[in-house]
Design a protein around this ligand. Structure first.
Ligand code: ADP
Ligand code: MG
Length: 275
């Protein structure tokens, strides 16, 4: 039994603070859903957790069983059991899924015995056609194929915690069922802990969440059971924000501070009214 614990996480992109104090605790086998409008910081959280280098974490902590991940490079975070399925997976020409997963297993000192059989088995369960295993990862994959193959990598790598950034986007209804069911099985068979970022309650009917969190303006503004996702379906983000009395978006100041500006100018009676 493991715990992924996120405490007061603040992160900025391009000098703008996007995450403004995130607290989350996920135990093995649990599914937590994270929902929120476009631009609220969901993907920023996924990137900050995995340590993408243009995301500056200014404070907070992220631990798995007490081990601080924020001090570690990405590959060591993976070694400690964290997996992130990206919203927009990267194309890697010339590197097949087998090569990628094999390298990840080597890096953590594991054995690749039986890897080919495991990949084949998962491909069958997830409806991944063999030609996608023969190509460079994500090269000319449709959105749906990318998400199936992300799930395949997750199943084969067997991490302790998975952050799934819109794993349901681009999936048709049958593929959504297959992917969600496989992840649900992993939570039961392998005690995988999941943070599922999604817009749609549809995913959550298959992948039943223990908790649902609403992210708005870089903060978790509400947490509850699955009924919170149902409330969202009815009210929309705008309606829910009004119900909760919160600001929907991160306000990002676009005005550059001018160090040479005359401080008296703002109140000047001669200021150009059209400026
Ligand atoms: P979500 O996934 O919830 O739709 P994101 O985390 O992708 O939102 O984005 C949150 C905010 O951060 C947005 O205003 C977005 O424009 C900004 N942002 C995210 N990533 C970058 C980046 N690499 N460079 C500049 N701005 C970014
Ligand atoms: Mg996103």
């Amino acid at each position: 039994m493991s715990t992924l614990s996120i405490r007061d996480l603040h992160a900025a992109v391009d000098g703008h603070e996007i995450l403004r104090g995130i607290d989350l605790e996920i135990a093995s086998g649990q599914v937590h859903a994270l929902m929120g409008p476009n631009g609220s910081g969901k993907s920023t959280l996924a990137h900050a957790l995995m340590g993408r280098d243009d995301y500056e974490v200014s404070s907070g902590s992220v631990t798995i069983d007490g081990v601080e991940l924020l001090a570690l490079p990405t590959w060591q975070r993976a070694e400690h059991g964290l997996f992130v399925a990206m919203q927009y997976p990267v194309e890697v020409a010339g590197v097949r899924v087998r090569d990628l997963v094999g390298a990840a297993i080597d890096a953590r000192g594991g054995s690749s015995d039986g890897l080919d059989a495991a990949i084949e088995r998962e491909a069958e369960r997830l409806g991944v056609a063999p030609q996608f295993l023969a190509r460079g990862v994500n090269v000319e994959f449709s959105g749906g194929e990318q998400k199936r193959v992300e799930t395949l990598q997750l199943a084969v790598l067997d991490p302790r915690f998975a952050v799934l950034d819109e794993i349901d986007s681009g999936l048709d209804i049958d593929a959504l069922g297959q992917v969600a069911r496989r992840i649900e099985q992993l939570t039961e068979e392998a005690s995988l802990g999941v943070l599922a970022i999604t817009h749609y309650a549809r995913l959550l009917t298959e992948l039943r969440p223990d908790r649902v969190h609403m992210l708005m303006g870089g903060r978790i503004v509400a947490s509850g059971g699955p009924e919170l996702a149902d409330r969202l379906e009815v009210a929309g983000y705008d309606g829910l924000a009004t119900e909760l009395g919160v600001d929907l978006r991160v306000e990002v100041s676009t005005e550059e501070a001018d160090p040479f500006k005359d401080p008296t100018l703002d109140n000047s009676p001669f200021a150009d009214p059209l400026a």
